[in-house]
Write a protein that binds this ligand. Sequence first.
Ligand code: DAU
Length: 240
Amino acid sequence: MKGVILAGGTGTRLYPLTKIVNKHLLPVGKQPMILYGIEKLRESGIEDILLVIGAHSAGLYAQLLGSGKEWGVRLTYKIQEEAGGIAQALALAEGWVAPGEPVAVLLGDNLFEDSLSGYINDFLQQGSGAKVLLKQVSDPRRYGVPVLQGGRIERIVEKPADPPSSYCVTGIYLYDGSVFDIIRTIKPSERGELEITDVNNAYAARGQLTYAILKGWWTDAGTFRSLHDIADFLLKEGRP
Ligand code: DAU
């Protein structure tokens, strides 16, 4: 299985830090944010990784990561010309992921403790469809929130004013080979982006969206508070 890390976008919530460097190159504890996702994929046996990045800081990515050899992976880079949404960024992986092959997708600002191996095995046994990983959070309004019904996801609501559950859909997604066909069917949202939630809802509508709940810690490091807190936590734990 191949892996994709989405590290485009503008990082407006971290401005002005992100004026000079892309969000996923900012330090988190002892290393740049992007390395956490790379390590998670490699530790689950995924060594072929596509990084979708913006043109901003592209040279710095090459300088930091190169071919990926130092990190035990093979890296390919694609440039997302404008921040047109998470699903638009994922669409750039079509062709690099062989037709019909499944793919593991991470949002580059999601940091977490669990190993992905068990979830990936469960997903591969599932045979088709998609799987998302959930985490209970105190502030679900910041995220995609699932409507859970009888052990499955009925649908996901993106950043709801009135959250239907206390879970968030994390930025860890496992898709079958039909994901690129699905992306072609979705339309930009009100904020003008191709939303990953619409992709996941297409699977949910077919009854093909399964989920698991992360056991360990998880964070979206995309705000000053969460970026600070996770760095502090990792340093206190003595982790890289
Ligand atoms: O962190 C989990 C949440 O991530 C989910 O619960 C939401 O359903 C999902 O929409 C997403 O919400 P965010 O508001 O946190 O997404 P954000 O715009 O911060 O983008 C997350 C990552 O996706 C970011 O680290 C880089 C990548 N990205 C984003 C955009 C908009 C791209 O590669 N290209 C893009 O155009």
